[in-house]
Design a binder for this molecule. Structure first.
Ligand code: ADP
Ligand code: 5GP
Length: 225
């Protein structure tokens, strides 16, 4: 494709959607792939905006027709990126952002090793739990079982962090947005030296103190990964 493919993954509730929306405000020429899912719409979500909401039967037909770049079952529902998202971004000469889970991200990294992968993590399990609770209250759905599943899933996903080129700790939103913007500008070859330094500090292998501190809060050290 003409532009760069960015793969973004994060444990649910880390603030990935919030961060991606902020970055899209700051950086032009970024297209967002609207995934297909069999889960029901949440809160104010609209078909075709956050997701294409489809039945399991229709999803399975798309799998059989090789309609997906990647797909996975997450929390009991199917989620997938249509192959056509790549064509659309190519036609527009835009960069494409995929917000997908770890299983889907690993599939795309294998098929498209040139893709730039970014893992977003919350600063601690306590902050993640608070964000999950705030969001479910705001949406009028307080489901304790869902919150607990997502918290335990977060630890499993974090174990894959070293597969990603970059890791961002979403503590202060403006800072995380500036870091993601810098990563995008580096991939485009448009970064200033200061933006280049900022992006370099987010390389997962650089093991920045903020990253080590967040992983330690989850009971993980980079040496364990
Ligand atoms: P995700 O897309 O990762 O599941 P959301 O973007 O829906 O997460 O964010 C989960 C909750 O956390 C939301 O209520 C959001 O407003 C809040 N949030 C996101 N980023 C931050 C941040 N940096 N600081 C404080 N709250 C945040
Ligand atoms: P949610 O239901 O909270 O919107 O998303 C749950 C999980 O599904 C998140 O980790 C999100 O990144 C992931 N997800 C969303 N779209 C896709 C997709 O197209 N493919 C894959 N593999 N995961 C997705």
């Amino acid at each position: 494709m003409a532009g760069t493919l960015f793969i973004i993954s994060a444990p649910s509730g880390s603030g990935k959607s919030t961060l991606v929306n902020e970055v899209r405000r700051l950086v032009a020429g970024l297209e967002f792939s609207v995934s297909y899912t069999t889960r029901r719409p949440r809160g104010s979500e609209e078909d075709g905006r956050e997701y294409h909401f489809i039945s399991r039967e229709r999803f399975e037909q798309m799998i059989a027709a090789d309609g997906f770049l990647e797909w996975a079952e997450v929390f009991g529902n199917y989620y997938g990126t249509a192959l056509s998202a790549l064509d659309t971004a190519r036609e527009h000469g835009a960069d494409l952002l995929l917000d997908i889970d770890v299983q889907g991200a690993l599939q795309v990294m294998e098929k498209m090793p040139e893709a730039v992968s970014i893992f977003i993590l919350p600063p601690s399990p306590e902050v993640l739990e608070r964000r999950l609770r705030n969001r479910s209250q705001a949406e009028g759905v307080a489901n304790e079982a869902v919150i607990q599943t997502r918290l335990s899933e977060a630890r499993t996903e974090l174990r894959k962090i070293e597969e990603y080129r970059y890791a961002l700790v979403n503590d202060v939103l403006d800072q995380a947005a500036a870091e993601m913007r810098a990563i995008i500008l580096v991939a485009r070859g448009e970064a200033s030296p200061a933006e280049g330094d900022l992006a370099a500090q987010c390389i997962t292998g650089a093991r920045a103190p903020r990253l080590e501190a967040a992983l330690a809060c989850f009971g993980l050290m980079t040496a364990d990964l």
